[in-house]
Every structure is written in C-alpha cells, then in structure tokens.
Design a protein around this ligand. Sequence first.
Ligand SMILES: Cc1ncc(COP(=O)(O)O)c(C=O)c1O
Length: 379
Amino acid sequence: MQITSKLPDVTTTIFTIMSQLASKHGAINLSQGFPDFGVDQKLKDLANHYLQGGYNQYAPMAGVLELRQAIAQKKQVMYGCSLDPETEITVTNGATEAIYSAIAALVGAGDEVIIFEPAYDSYVPAIEVNGGVVVPLRLKSPDYQIDWDQVKDMVTSKTRMIMINSPHNPSGAILRQDDLAVLQEIVEDTNILVLSDEVYQHLIYEGEQHQSVLRYPDLYQRSIITMSFGKTFHATGWRIGYVIAPSEITAEIRKVHQSNTFGINRPLQHAMADYLTTPEHYLSLPSFFQRKRDLFLSAMVDTPFEFLDCAGTYFALASYREISDAGDQEFARWLTTEKGVAVIPISSFYSDGTDEKIVRFCFAKTDELLVSAAEKLRT
Ligand SMILES: Cc1ncc(COP(=O)(O)O)c(C=O)c1O
C-alpha cells in the first residue's frame, strides 16, 4: 500500500525535539512555551468539584453555556465589546483546534493566506492540508514590525485570509492601534478574512493595552479571534481554548468543530466558568509575568547574549553572535547538551529556515529555575 502524504514537509515540531533533548540531558527547559508552576489551587478545587459532581458526559458542541457567558463577560471587561455567547463564541480543544477549525472551514483549495513569519508552527500545516496557499511575509529582528505597504502589495484576488498574532510568538512584538487601522483599510471592501491569534492577550507589559480585534467593531465583522485558557491560567495540558467570530462565520467554524472534536471535556469547562467570575485572576497576569521577564533579563545582564525588546508573551529573544558563529539549530542543541539550558532556535519559525542567530527563552518558570538557568548560561 502506498501512502501519499498530504503534508510531506511536516516533521516532529521543534518544541517536542528540544523538550526531549532537555529531558535526556537533564537540562533546564526554557524551550517549550509552558509554565513549570502549578495551576491555582482554587481552579483545581473547582475542577475536582465538577468531576465529583457528575458533570462527566458530553458537553454541548459549542461549549458549556456558562463558560461562553463568562467569556462574553470577560471580553466586556477587557475590550468593552458585547458578544452573543449563543452565536459568537465556541469552546475548542486549545487555540490549536480553534485555528485549525477556522482555517478548515473558511480556506479552500487555491485560496491564499498571508502569514507573518516567524510564525507559530501550526499555521502552515493547517493551511496546506486544506489546500490553501501560504504567502509568508518575513519579519526581521530586532523589532519584527509589519511593513503594511508590503502587505498591500501581496494582496491578490485570491487572498482569502490574513493571519495576525499579537502579542507575537516568538518575537514578543505587539501590534498597536496604527497597525490595526491600516489592516482595516487593507481589508475594507474585499473578501478577506482576518484570523487574529490572541493567545497571549494578557501577557503584555509596561502598561500597554492589548489591541484586540474585538476593540474594532468594523474589523471584527470579518474576523476570527482565537484564545487559550492554557496560556492564561498556566494549564496548557487542560486543552481549553475558544474562538470568537460573528455569527455567520461562527456557524461555518462549528461545522468543522462538530465533526472534529464535537465538544471538549465538560468538568473543566464548568470549573473555568466559575473561575472567570473573579476578574483579578486574569487582570493580575501582566504584572505577574512582567516581574518574571525582568528577573530573568536582569540575571542575564552580564552575559554576552544580546536581548531584544520583549513587549509581550513569555518569550525573550537573544542574539548569540558574540558567543558563536554556529547556525541557530546547532547552537540550541549545543546549549542544551553542553550548557544544560534548552532554548528554541528562531529559524524553526520560518518556512525557508531564515537564520538570524537568535534563540528564544521561555521565562514562564519559577524564579528559582530562572535564576539557576541564568547561572548556567553565565558560564
Ligand atoms: C501563537 C500561538 N498560537 C496558538 C497556540 C496554541 O495554544 P493552545 O495550547 O491553547 O492550543 C500557541 C501555543 O504555544 C501559540 O504560541
């Protein structure tokens, strides 16, 4: 039997590779984007409560209504928008499924999707497996800003979607009001959808406001916003995300979601719904992570790594040109096996492997671990 791969270029993700290497060599793992500290005890107690309380059968396809209502309330608090939980919010298996279901529902064979690289690694396979054509615009260090004139030039009659991600993994760059205003101008009077991946919405520093598409009612009319409770509440293993879109778009996304996962685990959705009733649980996140960022950067200040600005996310990028001429893949492996700290090489986020000799450190770790990593790196 012959199997023709629909995704011949896809291999094991760099996150899995580096995490495995870290574990094999006993290295401190600052590679994959997950916290090493626990989920809030209150949230775990709520999960236990619903597990024990008999909430263990299928959840409604679109998600437990109480959770969708709590999400709508949260968006009102954050962005002043009014969403209909019945028709505009769908709970998914992490943001990964939200992104996949949206693309599968809305991108057809030959449709072009503009993405900005470096890009999170699920975007390209999700587009390609559905017959879409990836049109990448390469963002460069040190600031990774989008040149919107270039975007205008890339738009064709086949452009179906533009994907944005702010705060941006891996660069930590954020989009500001001006960016959203130009994007809105570009897509106005076209058939182009915007997929805005906002999983790091709360991880934004120095008092900056997150420019969610939800703040822009006209832009929202053609948009899909993906979010993740895994990132927000240090629970990446719970696999709870959601997708927000106007009702006609949501109806299409739900057709894929329904035949893909149908719905996701029920007791944890109820637990999240209760937990969200206290806004402090998410409003405290920027200062929590900004302190970690500053702790790590100050512990690294006397090293030859040159750190770039980090306006958001829990990733810090650094150039290692002062240390080595090696390519970033080789450097990341060497740092893991010889120096005991695992990082992610940024070339993995470019489809053409662009290598600017920059690696990514995840600082969503305990203070002790960040300090020990910096001690190892100083050697
Ligand atoms: C930019 C971006 N989008 C989406 C995801 C996926 O989020 P989830 O874990 O909720 O599937 C990640 C995870 O690292 C990410 O960095």
